[in-house]
Design a protein around this ligand. Structure first.
Ligand code: SF4
Length: 381
């Protein structure tokens, strides 16, 4: 098998791991001059800072010795596997980078020969890319279960982002999902090490992310979001990714139903409330079963409980309170605070000019003491 053939097997395999992408090639405007044979391996990625680039996503190997119950690459499952040597992958990646086809790379792998051995192959690929092939693009490296602390130090030298897949929110749920993985020792400890070691870097600190598989066992949203909140607060996590479970034939969970529609989306909305909007887990509008309502935005659900009868006066509210209003995000809150220095906000049209989603905000606000429904005739947004 040549490098392209391997990539055609291992690139789409990495699609199971959400990273920076917002959609596979073709879901948005196609990237110009991307050969068809690479289309399944390149995704549009939004990098930290908001820049959009084409990113190569691939596994170094799909040969795995573990037996995670949901996973298509689990040991013993019959399908065509492939493994790159570090130089083969680095060389091929460098070629398509020089051709301008990709600006970023995401490297992950199945586990063969133990976590540290697999990590060595990922690091060797990264080192070749950076040192031998002068790759200066964005690089996201996966940290394997059981990787050693020194390996994390090495990975930090090359990466813009490191991630550890927790997969489940706690040890009990992980035991159902991946019986031979150890939540604290193999996974969470690696996130802690990344956090510690990145503090020692003088400049260019790589960001940290994780991924949860959602809907494969009976984990609840409150469990997932409690762990996410801890990671945001204590370990400086940049983002939690939620990978909705979809059953794979010839795995122990092949008859388990897929994730419910909208659940992934609600988890992302709630996790942003934790990360960017000052919400605590206890404030999120969980149902009795520990899950978020599927058909209601969690911020709107919170506002319907707390703000309908106590609307927020936008001319005096502090930033923390502004962020509680649906339709007002961190950028909008800052714009409101700046605009108030120039004069009083009177109308929804004033907000519209600041980029506020006035239709969403209107039921929950006062403008100069007046509820917004009286002002709808002024609304132009
Ligand atoms: S370690 Fe588990 S999740 Fe990762 S590739 Fe192997 S079987 Fe799949």
């Amino acid at each position: 098998m040549d490098a392209l053939q391997k990539l055609q097997l291992l690139g789409p395999a990495a699609a199971f791991e959400p990273a920076e992408e917002v959609g596979m090639l073709g879901e948005r405007a196609p990237l110009p001059q991307t050969p068809d044979e690479l289309a399944g391996c390149i995704s549009h990625a939004t990098l930290p800072g908001g820049k959009r680039v084409p990113m190569l996503k691939t596994l170094v190997s799909s040969a795995c010795e573990r037996d995670c119950r949901y996973c298509p690459f689990r040991a013993g499952r019959d399908f065509r596997r492939a493994t790159f040597t570090p130089d083969e992958l680095a060389n091929f990646t460098a070629q398509i980078y020089r051709q301008g086809l990709v600006k970023g790379v995401f490297l992950s792998s199945a586990i063969l020969g133990g976590g540290p051995h697999t990590q060595d192959r990922i690091i060797a690929t990264a080192e070749l890319l950076r040192r031998k092939y002068q790759f200066t693009g964005y690089l996201h490296l996966k940290i394997m279960p059981g990787a050693e602390r020194d390996q994390i130090s090495a990975a930090l030298q090359y990466a813009d982002r490191l991630s550890v897949n927790l997969e489940a929110p706690n040890a009990r749920r992980l035991a159902d999902l991946a019986p031979h993985k150890h939540f604290s020792e193999e996974l969470l400890q690696r996130l802690r090490w990344i956090h510690e070691l990145r503090q020692t870097l003088p400049v260019r600190r790589p960001s940290i992310t994780t991924q949860f598989v959602v809907g494969a066992v009976d984990e609840t949203d409150v469990e997932i979001l409690t762990t996410s909140a801890y990671l945001y607060r204590e370990l400086g996590l940049a983002r939690a990714y939620f990978s909705g479970f979809s059953p794979v034939v010839d795995t122990p969970l092949e008859h388990h139903p897929p994730i419910q529609l909208h659940r992934e989306h609600r988890l992302y909305q709630a996790s942003f409330l934790l990360r960017d909007y000052g919400f605590d887990v206890e404030e999120l509008p969980f149902q009795q079963d520990g899950n978020l309502p599927l058909y209601e935005d969690p911020k709107i659900a919170w506002a319907n409980q707390h703000l309908v009868h106590s609307p927020v006066e936008l001319n005096t509210a502090d930033r923390e309170m502004l962020l509680r209003v649906p339709g007002i995000g961190p950028i909008g809150a800052d714009r409101i605070i700046r605009a108030r220095r120039q004069g009083t906000l009177h109308f929804l049209g004033d907000l519209s000019k600041l980029g506020i989603a006035t239709k969403r905000a209107a039921p929950y606000i006062l403008l100069n003491g007046r509820r917004s429904p009286q002002q709808l005739t002024f609304w132009t947004g």
